[in-house]
Design a protein around this ligand. Structure first.
Ligand SMILES: [Zn+2]
Length: 208
């Protein structure tokens, strides 16, 4: 990655893709991870992208995109399930920090999606009432997928990412307006755990 901060949705997405390619090819540059960078951004952060992804320990944001301090505004929870606090965090990144891109990142073999599939099939009953809260938010996507004849976890994960982006832009007028104004792009993508690759599923705004 160059030292120039990506300014537009397209530049931000290009930078993330380039960083992920370096990670996949084992040619990471580890940018922006030294003391100089730490000092330079101590006063003010200006991340070039916001990432809303699953908490999975294998989805480490800065590693898989080969970026450093101050580059990504990261929001994560199990199964990347929207909540008002999540939407608020993403609005903050766009309105206050001027972030030109939101990446919604799911992945294969997601435990939260699998738990929801199992719960829908009746083979899993969670003891945690707050775990139930996560599962119940993914459940409508699983049920709709099943009605459409889709039972595969990868298919359901893709639908969940699409539904998450629809809900995000449906609920946040601020984010929807930023997309309309050309200031914000939104990408939904799937991360492949074995390959380390990012596969885009949805792109919204001036991205490509
Ligand atoms: Zn997951």
């Amino acid at each position: 990655m160059t030292n120039q901060r990506p300014q537009t949705p397209r530049e931000a997405w290009t930078a993330l893709q380039a960083g992920n390619r370096r990670f996949v090819n084992e040619s990471r540059e580890h940018p922006n991870q030294d003391a100089d960078r730490r000092t330079a951004i101590a006063e003010q952060q200006k991340p070039f992208a916001a990432l809303f992804g699953c908490s999975d320990s294998r989805l480490s944001a800065e590693i898989i995109f080969d970026v450093g301090l101050g580059d990504l505004f990261v929001v994560r929870n199990a199964g990347q399930v929207l909540a008002e606090t999540i939407i608020g965090s993403l609005e903050y990144s766009v309105e206050v920090l001027g972030t030109p891109l939101i990446l919604v990142l799911g992945h294969d073999s997601c435990g939260a999606i699998q738990a929801t599939i199992n719960s829908t099939e009746g083979t899993l009953v969670s003891q945690g009432e707050f775990i139930h809260n996560l599962v119940s938010r993914i459940q409508p996507t699983v049920e709709q997928a099943n009605r459409d004849g889709k039972f595969d976890i990868d298919d359901i994960t893709e639908l969940h990412i699409q539904d998450t982006i629809s809900e995000l832009l449906g609920r946040s007028t601020l984010l929807a307006n930023a997309v309309k104004a050309g200031k914000l792009g939104v990408v939904g993508a799937n991360y492949r755990l074995t390959l380390g690759e990012i596969h885009p599923i949805v792109t919204i705004g001036d991205i490509n």
